[in-house]
Design a protein around this ligand. Structure first.
Ligand code: FES
Length: 153
């Protein structure tokens, strides 16, 4: 199945200049990540080296190399949120979830990321959980959100 999805992405962008990024986006949209074992197939399909493909995947933090976690958490690091303590909130989130920013927790439940302004500046700091925004976030409110996702803080 993965192999077929990758072949289709390569076919969709066959002959396009700079096809690597659109191919990677299409694969990630379909699978939720770029399987490490697909690097060779992508490189062969685009007539690139494996190092070229690997370099692009690792350069852009947008591209995931592991299957997506069940819950995506993002802490806003925009200016307004930073002025309202988002750095401390992020540190709390890392401790609570058991993973650093841009990482997935060992149990695969949570992926922690940064956001850069969620349009909730007047009610900062803000986070999203599975794409849903939550404003005026405190450590206690964050733990309650995590609890709703089935994890004891
Ligand atoms: S800076 Fe965080 S919501 Fe705008």
């Amino acid at each position: 199945m993965k192999h077929k999805i990758i072949d289709e992405a390569l076919l969709h962008h066959h002959g396009e200049p700079g096809a690597l990024l659109p191919v990677l986006h299409e694969i990630q949209d379909a699978l939720g990540y770029i399987p490490p074992e697909s690097v060779e197939q992508i490189a062969r399909g685009l007539n690139l080296s494996r190092a070229d493909v690997h370099g692009v995947i690792t350069y852009y933090s947008h591209f995931r190399r592991d299957p997506p976690a069940r819950h995506a958490v993002a802490v806003c690091r925009g200016e307004a949120c930073q002025s309202m303590g988002s750095a401390a909130l992020l540190a709390h989130a890392e401790r609570t979830l058991g993973c650093k920013m841009h990482q997935t927790s060992a149990d695969g439940r949570f992926h922690l990321d940064a956001a850069y302004c969620l349009g909730l500046c007047a009610s900062s700091p803000a986070v999203t959980v599975d794409g849903n925004p939550h404003a005026r976030m405190t450590t206690e409110a964050f733990d309650a959100l995590v609890l709703q996702c089935g994890k004891t803080p």
